[in-house]
Design a protein around this ligand. Structure first.
Ligand SMILES: [Zn+2]
Length: 231
């Protein structure tokens, strides 16, 4: 006789990790190749290193971590979390953005030029379909952003080579590039955030520490999954 079936093992939570600007890029944003600065010569080279570190560390903790390039792949995937990894231009800062309810993605001229607009320009390239950000997604996204800010604020310090300011979690009506990022509208993950890890140039000594940064981001992601009873 068979023993009563054990409860099905909880499925490993899925976390999508995007290396910002990595090709292939998203239609409508293909010209946004990222900052041309940083300790590895380009933002995307930094983003790739950190994304690889985060994926490796999440998998070691039993999380089903999956990479996506700039073109969010596959479109509309379900999951616990979506995180997009970036660094800012030399005049910029470190900061954390998240998906918000009742907003939409940014539009640009052609494939990503000019200032961000809430509505298409006449010459905007066609976008793929947008997913929805519900109030619940905003709530979970903000909670994760705050956890990330706590962890990241401990390492983005002069002791670790950081020289730019850390702005923490961007307010709802703040920097639209971070709060209306297209990636939030191509996934169905339950929490959606973006991190600018610092300013390429001024923060190069800090940004070179990709494993330290990967560990801090992973720590926040794991803490957040645990708080949501997903791990
Ligand atoms: Zn970027």
């Amino acid at each position: 006789m068979l023993a009563a079936a054990a409860p099905a093992a909880a499925q490993a939570p899925v976390v999508w990790v995007q290396a910002g600007h990595e090709g292939p890029r998203e239609p409508g944003y293909r010209d946004q190749t990222g900052a041309g600065s940083g300790p590895f010569g380009s933002e995307v080279a930094f983003n790739r290193r950190v994304a690889a570190s985060v994926v490796r560390r999440l998998r070691a903790k039993g999380v089903d971590a999956r990479r996506t390039p700039g073109l969010v792949t596959p479109w509309g995937a379900e999951g616990a979390t979506f995180v997009s990894i970036h660094h800012d231009t030399p005049e910029g800062s470190a900061a954390i953005g998240h998906a918000i309810f009742g907003a939409g993605e940014n539009w640009y001229h052609g494939e990503g030029g000019g200032p961000a607009s809430p509505v298409p320009y006449s010459d905007s390239a066609k976008h793929r379909e947008a997913t929805t950000v519900s109030r619940a997604v905003e709530r979970r996204s903000r909670a994760l952003a705050l956890r990330l800010a706590r962890r990241f604020g401990r390492i983005h310090t002069p002791a670790f080579g950081a020289r730019s300011p850390f702005d923490g979690v961007i307010p709802r009506d703040g920097n639209v590039r971070m709060m209306r990022f297209y990636g939030y509208y191509r996934t169905n993950a339950q929490a959606r955030v973006l991190i600018e890890c610092g300013a390429g140039g001024r923060d190069d000594a800090f940004l070179r520490r990709t494993e330290l940064i990967g560990a801090a981001i992973t720590g926040a992601l794991i803490e957040d999954l645990a708080a949501r009873d997903l791990r």
